[in-house]
Design a protein around this ligand. Structure first.
Ligand code: 5AD
Ligand code: SF4
Length: 454
């Protein structure tokens, strides 16, 4: 029997990154070995994103590159959001694809692979009719220090611009016991940081008798012995409760960081986007965070050039940046998506105007970050050391606020700091990161989890 090998490339959000970790575990259990190039692989998988047109096009350009390989007996599969969104059309656009599977069908993946391996062409898993989340007995995690845990999948919101409810299916939460069991196992394997994942973690609702809401689950995960840091993403402002802030205030393990996508600073536009909150309600949530005992870093997502966005709407988004003073933002030009409400909105904004607004927004935020990061000079921060930059002899760390803090060790000590938590003094700053010097280190915890490449 020839060895079974697979290659996987992942696009899109952290949910997709984590789905790929589970898919890799599923394949490892079936005797597949992961390889790092398409050339070495018998099975080639793309886990795709369709949030904006550009993301969606990426998979088609990849597939176009490899048309010839099908003849050489290679199997191609498209997973994730484009798979769900485009469905069987993918076979027409890329006839060398044999498997198309959306994220709501990953539990069927072993059965689908049986069929593909038996030589069947055009195998699909496209049903959105599910009450399950995707769980695997083996998850091949990428990062040895930080682990994702899915707590809720899917989305029941109907934001006018968003394709996600069509690609990830209805909201479904995991039981608190299964989440906690995974957290304990990860802590035992040496993962110090946990990131709780969901399209909207705030609507988490424990399906078991305990019936916990998100704040209760967050508190419980924060109490698992061995876990040093807990983050969560992503939040919807409408469901963001004061109890979440109270939980952060009470437990140092919960990181000083909240990502709260706003999308626009204009209530008029938020109404058109069907976001179910206005500027003032959003600012109420921000005020709660700013009044917390902890110094919570706040980040957001913003879309510019949504249909009908006037100069006045845009100015309100700019003024929101001044008012909130975000620690970081992710900003995007609106991209119409098939099947969404906004696809039919007629008052499209020209591309050049979207680009102009995006550039103005990003420059404004760059200046805010420059100023805010400079205020941190002289402070001492605890970082998780995640990597090393040989060229500049720097260690790469992340603070509880999720800021990148690159630092040197003035003691000329050669020991490997990766995976450890260190105290670092901030000595300099830029718009996107800080630099500093090591003050004190601790020993890295023993890592006993799975590395992805054997
Ligand atoms: N066009 C541009 N940006 C989008 N986002 C979601 N849908 C679209 C779209 N159609 C952005 C939102 C969301 C982030 C993940 O992507 O800001 O929060
Ligand atoms: Fe992309 Fe959204 Fe799917 Fe994540 S859920 S992969 S961001 S389309």
């Amino acid at each position: 029997m020839p060895e079974k090998t697979f290659y996987i490339e992942t696009f899109g959000c952290q949910m997709n990154v984590h789905d790929s970790e589970k898919v890799r575990g599923t394949l490892a259990q079936r005797g597949y070995r992961q390889v790092e190039t398409v050339d070495e692989a018998g099975l080639v998988l793309y886990n795709t994103c369709s949030i904006r047109d550009k993301a969606e096009q990426k998979v088609f350009s990849r597939l176009a590159n490899f048309k010839r390989q099908k003849a050489e007996g290679r199997i191609f599969g498209v997973l994730g959001c484009v798979a769900q969104h485009k469905g069987e059309d993918i076979f027409e656009q890329a006839p060398h694809v044999s498997l198309v599977c959306g994220s709501a069908s990953y539990n069927e993946l072993p059965a689908l692979l049986d069929r593909v391996e038996a030589g069947e062409d055009r195998v699909t898993g496209l049903s959105l009719d599910t009450e399950d989340t995707f769980e695997t007995p083996l998850t091949r995690r990428d990062n040895p220090y930080k682990a994702f845990i899915t707590i809720i999948e899917g989305c029941d919101k109907h934001c006018a611009y968003c394709v996600v409810p069509f690609t990830r299916g209805p909201e479904r939460s995991r039981t608190s016991e299964s989440v906690l069991e995974e957290a304990r196992r990860l802590a035992g394997q040496g993962f110090g940081e946990i990131q709780l994942l969901g399209q909207n973690v705030n609507s988490y609702r424990d399906p078991s008798e305990a019936g916990w809401d998100f704040a209760q689950l967050l508190t419980a995960v924060g109490r698992v012995p061995g876990i040093r840091r807990v983050r969560f993403t992503t939040s919807h402002p409408r469901d963001f409760t004061p109890q979440i802030i109270e939980a952060i205030d009470e437990n140092l393990v919960l990181c000083d960081q909240v990502h709260l996508p706003v999308q626009s600073g204009s209530s008029r536009l938020l109404g058109r986007m069907a976001r179910e909150y206005g500027r003032e309600e959003y600012l109420d949530r921000i005020r709660l965070m700013k009044q917390a005992r902890r110094n919570i870093a706040i980040s957001t997502d913003i879309i510019v050039g949504f249909p009908g966005e006037t100069e006045d709407d845009f100015q309100q988004t700019l003024s929101l940046l001044d008012e909130v003073e975000y620690d970081s933002i992710f900003s995007f030009k609106y991209s119409p998506r098939a099947g969404t409400t906004a696809e039919k909105f007629e008052d499209a904004i020209p591309e050049v105007e979207k680009s102009r607004r995006l550039a103005i927004l990003q420059e404004k935020q760059r200046l805010i970050q420059l100023r805010r990061n400079a205020e941190l000079i002289g402070r001492e921060e605890e970082v998780l050391v995640e990597g090393r930059r040989e060229k500049s002899q720097q260690w790469i760390g992340r603070t509880t606020q999720n800021r990148v803090l690159n630092f040197t060790n003035p003691a000329q000590d050669l020991s490997d700091l990766r995976g450890s938590y260190c105290r670092v003094r901030v000595t300099g700053s830029g718009p996107n990161s800080l630099v500093g010097e090591l003050v004190a280190k601790e020993n890295a915890p023993a890592f006993t989890g799975f590395r992805i490449l054997q």
